[in-house]
Design a protein around this ligand. Structure first.
Ligand code: AHN
Ligand code: ZN
Length: 334
């Protein structure tokens, strides 16, 4: 062996160590193969610390509330990170009208890997944070904006780390990472009891008017509130209604990876989230991975829509559980 190629092999070693050989399928599905050898795919190892740092960077801008400078700056940062990982990025700039009449200067951020590939999967999260801590125990905080480390930041942090992994090891299929804006401008808890469709304004816009005509994907995965230690992901019911087979595929993949205590194979509640509009308007089956316990008085957790939704509620280990599950699912798509 030439010195050069020995050096090259040594350099490649750490890369190989960072890859997992895993299949998500239930046992051996390649029965037609005479030797019955199960097909395995190389799946990169998701780095939870890296995802954590991506959440921290978002939070460092301050609350990402539409019509603020922090929101503009964070949006620019997200676009440039995704471009840096080799995605073709388009921004969908919109003026949206909130339930209270406020005009929101909003932006959906769409990062496309292998845009020419017809076989695609959609991964999404919302990147805005809530303008009001309306569930805070202290009423003085009910009109203050929140950092949204977990509510918003966690899903985006996982997706940025997935983008970083894709930049190093390409998937077989094309991947679209769509970061929705204005998810969390929904009706203020103390103002009015019920108002349909005041949440998820960015995804409503995109699902009606995607960045490409005739946009299609096999399925979508939405990540929302996925970073808290001890999170439990039940099978959210809107996801089960529109995309039961995708829910089952992801939950059984998580269980194969040893994450069955986090991905609980039981019914959750019905959560109106970005995935609802992707299903309803676009017709792409889309599921929601969200920490919501229908049995708990807190539902989404005690920090939800409070001033405490900060980095104290983010666990690199939990980001890893979610990220490794999603990576394994998408690298197994052929
Ligand atoms: C409602 O509570 C209506 N929807 C939950 C969606 C949400 C809010 N996700 C994050 N913040
Ligand atoms: Zn929220």
């Amino acid at each position: 062996m030439e010195t050069k190629s020995i050096v090259r092999s040594i350099l490649l070693l750490p890369l190989i160590c960072l890859l997992l050989l895993v299949s998500c399928g239930a046992g051996n599905k390649h029965k037609e193969n005479a030797k019955s050898v199960p097909m395995s795919v190389i799946v990169p190892i998701f780095n939870g610390d890296s995802a954590y740092s991506f959440v921290n960077s978002q939070v460092a801008f301050g609350p990402r509330v539409p019509n603020t400078q922090a929101h503009v700056d964070c949006g620019n940062w997200l676009e440039s990170k995704l471009r840096g990982y080799g995605a073709e990025v388009v921004a969908q700039n919109m003026e949206l009208t909130a339930y209270n009449g406020t005009k929101l200067q909003a932006r959906n951020i769409i990062a496309q890997f292998q845009p020419e590939n017809k076989k695609r999967v959609l991964l999404c999260a919302h990147w805005d944070s809530r303008p009001w801590a309306d569930s805070d125990p202290n009423p003085d905080n009910h009109y203050k904006p929140i950092l949204g480390a977990n509510d918003g930041g966690s899903g985006v942090g996982v997706l940025l780390e997935i983008a970083r992994q894709i930049s190093m090891v390409p998937t077989t299929i094309g991947v679209d990472i769509v970061l929705f804006d204005a998810e969390d401008y929904g009706v203020h808890e103390k103002e009015s009891s019920e108002m349909e469709h005041s949440w998820a304004l960015g995804s409503q816009y995109w699902a009606r008017m995607p960045h490409k005509n005739n946009y299609n994907a096999r399925y979508g995965i939405l990540l929302d509130i996925v970073g808290a230690p001890g999170s439990k992901f039940h099978k959210e019911r809107i996801s089960v209604h529109f995309a039961e087979s995708i829910v089952n595929k992801i939950w059984s993949c998580a269980s194969n990876l040893g994450y069955g205590d986090t991905f609980i194979s039981e019914d959750g509640g019905y959560i109106t989230d970005d995935h609802f509009y992707v299903n309803q308007f676009l017709g792409v089956p889309c599921i929601d991975i969200i920490n919501y316990d229908p049995e708990s008085p807190n539902g989404f957790g005690p920090h939800h829509h409070t001033m405490n939704d900060n980095m104290d509620w983010i666990s690199a280990d939990m980001l890893k559980i979610v990220g490794q599950t999603v990576l394994t699912v998408i690298y197994n798509e052929k």
